[in-house]
Design a protein around this ligand. Structure first.
Ligand code: NDP
Length: 402
């Protein structure tokens, strides 16, 4: 049906490429391109072994250079690009899409390299240009952001007249056997979790110190886990697209061991993003740290346990107060068997491939820049369950959120 270019060959890129290959009726040709072509070659040969009839090839691109992305698109002429490189490349890839006429999808919003700050303003500013070009840009189609936003849209569509309270809860109860490792790109991950906390309440954003607020949350099949309030990018678009929200928060579990390592990393300056001079060479401490930490894409083999991510929602239907909880649990070993990647890469890559399938099959349409909650959630959630991420819903329960 359509040719797709995937940019990025990390853990998430591996999963997206596998899922596109499994959905070969929709993704008739796949180009996997990244800065280090060798990593693409490894994934491509794995896929050719498992699915010999897949039309897939690798290529090289430095997506920081808009000219290189344009050349890649002109060479292959894809219908769309699935951007699973890093957030720093979002705008150059969007610029190339406009130049060549390629639809766009990503899983993380733009973040400037020199400042640990992510917000949608930079990408929302492309609205008129994508509209004028008749192209679709789908922002944040991983799990969170992504499925959590679509869960919220599904709840609003089917169970509420107004949603008032939203708590997105994210638990990784897995064990990879390493003293310290991040579950996705270490640089992006550490920039995200060391920021101040932020949540929306009564019309304003409230700021907290990093990890200042925590509570015990009971996760299905896992049990009670200490969960910390952090800022997460989907809150920004959900508050805009669901204006009845009185409060929106995001919670993530961190083990004591992880937090201790993180504190040490910060205290000794290794989380720094300003370049320093080291023996006559400029290096960024956090980028150096990334080079010595385990590669998240290679944690899969020995990763046990599971993730549990979902939305706990309160609001009104027909004047009556309602509670609702929708979630997915994903076992790291199931993810590894399916794609050779661990659960966090899997829960990000599967939704990205399904989002692309929605666009290719005409189930999600429109010219402009969209967050995923603006589309019809029903066909997406149906496909998500069929492609490895089964979800569950519970109504009229005590949501346990303080
Ligand atoms: P990795 O670091 O494992 O992989 C990133 C890939 O992008 C690597 O192949 C890297 O190449 C490539 N890359 C980096 N810079 C460039 C560039 N300038 N040009 C071309 N390719 C480049 O990251 P993950 O796979 O863990 O994560 C991928 C994305 O998914 C990230 O943006 C992350 O924020 C997002 N994510 C989203 C989640 C969600 O639920 N929404 C959850 C988890 C992740 P090289 O090997 O040369 O470095």
């Amino acid at each position: 049906m359509a040719k797709v270019v995937i940019i990025g060959a990390g853990g998430v890129g591996r999963v997206v490429a596998h899922k596109c290959a499994q959905l070969s009726e929709f993704f008739t040709e796949i180009i996997l391109a990244s800065r280090t072509q060798r990593k693409c070659d490894v994934i491509v040969s794995d896929i050719k072994l498992k699915f010999p009839s897949t039309r897939i090839e690798s290529d090289r691109v430095d997506a920081d250079q808009v000219g290189e992305v344009i050349a890649l698109f002109e060479k292959h002429r894809p219908f769309m690009v699935i951007n699973v490189a890093l957030p720093y490349q979002d705008l150059t890839i969007m610029d190339a899409c406009l130049k060549v006429g390629v639809h766009y999808l990503d899983t993380a919003n733009y973040e400037p390299l020199e400042e640990a700050k992510f917000e949608y303003s930079w990408q929302w500013a492309y609205q008129d240009r994508f509209k004028k070009a008749g192209l679709t840009a789908i922002l944040g189609c991983g799990f969170d952001p992504g499925v959590t936003s679509i869960f919220t849209a599904y709840a609003a569509k089917h169970y509420f007249d107004e949603i008032h309270y939203l708590d997105i809860i994210d638990c990784n109860a897995g064990d990879h056997g390493k003293a310290f490792a991040t579950n996705f790109n270490p640089e992006i991950n550490i920039r995200e979790v060391t920021q101040k906390g932020k949540y929306f309440e009564d019309g304003i954003w409230k700021i907290t110190e990093p990890h200042q607020i925590s509570q015990m949350i009971n996760y299905p099949n896992i049990g009670l886990k200490k969960s910390y309030l952090i800022y997460h990018e989907e809150l920004e678009s959900l508050v805009k697209n669901f204006p009845t929200l009185r409060r929106a928060r995001f919670w993530m579990t961190f083990g004591d061991e992880y937090l201790t390592h993180l504190r040490v990393i910060q205290n000794i300056g290794m989380a720094g993003i300003e370049p320093i001079n080291f023996e006559g060479k400029q290096i960024v401490p956090l980028q150096f740290l990334k080079a010595v930490l385990p590669d998240p894409g290679e944690l899969g083999e020995n990763y046990d346990g599971e993730t549990s991510i979902g939305c706990r929602i309160r609001g009104i239907k027909n004047g009556v107060f309602q509670t609702y909880y929708i979630y997915n649990n994903c076992k790291h070993q199931d993810a590894y068997r399916d794609t050779g990647a661990q659960g966090v890469s899997y829960t990000t890559g599967v939704p990205a491939a399904i989002g692309a399938k929605m666009l290719i099959s005409g189930l999600w349409t429109g010219a402009g820049v969209f967050n995923v909650e603006e589309f019809n959630p029903d066909p997406f959630l149906k496909d998500l369950g069929l492609n490895g991420l089964v979800w569950h819903e519970v109504k009229d329960i005590d949501l346990e959120m303080i």
